[in-house]
Design a protein around this ligand. Structure first.
Ligand code: RP5
Length: 173
């Protein structure tokens, strides 16, 4: 794969099952990415180094996932001028996910993190691709195909329901 344009980082290997969805959609859209573990609390110097060097390595967007006291996306955003997309993870140390969401969402003015839904790594991948696609026509084309296919699937399902009819709590297919 060519030089990664998107950096996917997460606070722990336990976040990987969620964060893998960002990698999957980027694979589908053929946007080069890298994946690694960077913990704000357990490896703060590694986090600083990653955020400081990402732009010079060719990274254009950082997707950062963390759970509980989820400081990674905000701290990375405090260091880099790259756009940072935060993925709140419902982790083992999260009470019910709200701690992860609010830790990433409620950033102070001047330091934005584009926060997606709880465990919303797929959307983080799509949003990162859309940022790249704002200037890259090839990626924009892949995104258009993705959207067209999504629309067609819904339209097909709608047609089936309309043809086969609603059957007392069961959809007709
Ligand atoms: C966070 O703590 C990580 O991002 C992870 O979501 C959570 C739990 O980490 P582990 O104890 O499973 O390594 O920093």
């Amino acid at each position: 794969m060519s030089t990664p344009k998107i950096g996917i980082i997460m606070g722990s290997k336990s976040d990987l099952s969620v964060m893998a969805e960002a990698a999957s959609i980027l694979e589908e859209l053929e946007v080069p990415f890298e994946v690694t573990i960077v913990s704000a609390h357990r490896t703060p110097h590694r986090m600083m180094e990653y955020a400081e060097k990402a732009r010079d390595r060719g990274i254009q967007v950082i997707i950062a996932g963390a759970g509980g006291a989820a400081h990674l996306p905000g701290m990375v955003a405090s260091i880099t001028t790259l756009p940072v997309i935060g993925v709140p993870v419902k982790s083992s140390n999260s009470i019910d996910g709200w701690d992860s969401v609010l830790s990433i969402l409620q950033m102070p003015g001047g330091v934005p993190v584009a926060t997606v839904a709880l465990n919303g790594a797929k959307n983080a991948g799509i949003l990162a691709a859309q940022i790249i696609g704002s200037t890259d026509q090839t990626v924009a084309g892949k995104l258009q195909t993705y959207k067209d296919e999504m629309r067609e699937k819904v339209e097909e399902a709608a047609q089936k329901i309309e043809i086969m009819g609603y059957k007392g709590g069961k959809i007709g297919f």
